[in-house]
Design a protein around this ligand. Sequence first.
Ligand code: SF4
Length: 485
Amino acid sequence: MSGVRGIGEYCGIFGLYGPEHASSLAVLGLNALQHRGQESCGVVSSDGRRLHRRIGMGLVGDVFNHTDHLALLPGMAAIGHTRYSTAGSSDYHNIQPIQVITKDGELAMAHNGNLTNAAALRRELEAAGAIFQTTTDSEVILHLMARSRGASWEERIREALVRLQGAFSLIFLSPEGMAVARDPLGFRPLALGQLDGHPVFASETCAFDIIGAKSVRDVEPGELLVVNGDLHSSHFAQSSRRAHCIFEFVYFSRPDSKIFGENVDKTRRKLGKALAFEHPAEDADIVIPVPDSSNTAALGFSRRSDAKFELGLIRNHYVGRTFIRPGQQSRADGVRLKFNAVEGVLKDRRVVLVDDSVVRGTTMRKLIHLLREAGAKSVHVRIASPPVRFPCYYGMDFPDEHELAAHGRDVEELRIALGSDSLAFLSLDGMLAATGMDPASFCTACFSGDYPQAVVDAGLPAGRQPAGPDRLFPRTSTTQTGERE
Ligand code: SF4
């Protein structure tokens, strides 16, 4: 990903119920999910009587850097969260898991996604006297639960869930048990695993591998799983439609994860192969990736072309991803900090530079410059997804439309702006076909402008609402029963 962003919410969540030292396993799981959020993190554990929490700004290794931290998180159940701050700002109060005390006892929650009716719900709750502690969309869920008259906490969760719209993968923890839910369209991945017979939940299956857990299946869209001894499954909403975020395959998930029933690595290779098929760079000498997120797509590209795969850019792993660091200035500085060109690989070579996507284009422009400085004879840029032209309202942090490199530009204008010798993007159909899945099961809104669900009121400034009802509303309906299409 050569682009970066500026508003939204992107996170990783993890939970496990039953094993000893649950919090230390949760910290390991969060380490594997670090790529999903690097600004803050936290863990809440349950000892069966009360909850214990540690949260902090920074990487998992910074926040949990002493065994004493784990000693203060006792119990055999724990949930965790890694967060990239976005619409809710990088305030300490916004760090998750959120923990509250309700009339029914203690409750904690970790959320991945973005609620598209959050502001409307918040206004309603505030009018009824609710006082919010954070600026995140996630907190409305806890307020809805706290106001519920449901007899059990499962009922209270269910009552809250049917009010929500947008993307939500959620893990709740109370001294009574754990509950896990996924929105009816299944925007964000959420998997169920097993560790010595105990249930484990994570945004991505790579978090199971690190603790030796086995992957069992995806949490189904619209499913609510409750754990308090047994694992009980039910559905709080039904939808025949799916809107899995295709950007998870393109960029965000780790290649060693399985999401939406498919291996990310395999799919990303196929994206690279499809790109080489659609847009070969016939006289190129070498194919190089923008490391690390494009390594797999570049491998796929080189397999389908005569050009050899090489590592012409080296990434410094000890600075955060530009994607993850809010603020344009920090991004600009981050490019030089993060990448260097390998002159011995690049000098006098015709280079294909493969990237998974272009959002702002800031990094890509600088990388092309770096390659030329290192002696590349020509630089042909190939992107393993279509141009990003529209904002995301479902949890991926894209900037305003006018900050998108492809906004208002055709491919040739974009090529000139980036400074490459040629530029080509994988087509929407080519991207969807490469997944091997039903094309209708994906959200592609940031590429196509075809939003699978209306943004009722996510608290966005007017300029960030999707432009035009034609594009936004035809595929959406909400039934009286809370069932969402
Ligand atoms: S708009 Fe793009 S990033 Fe957002 S959920 Fe849809 S495909 Fe994913």
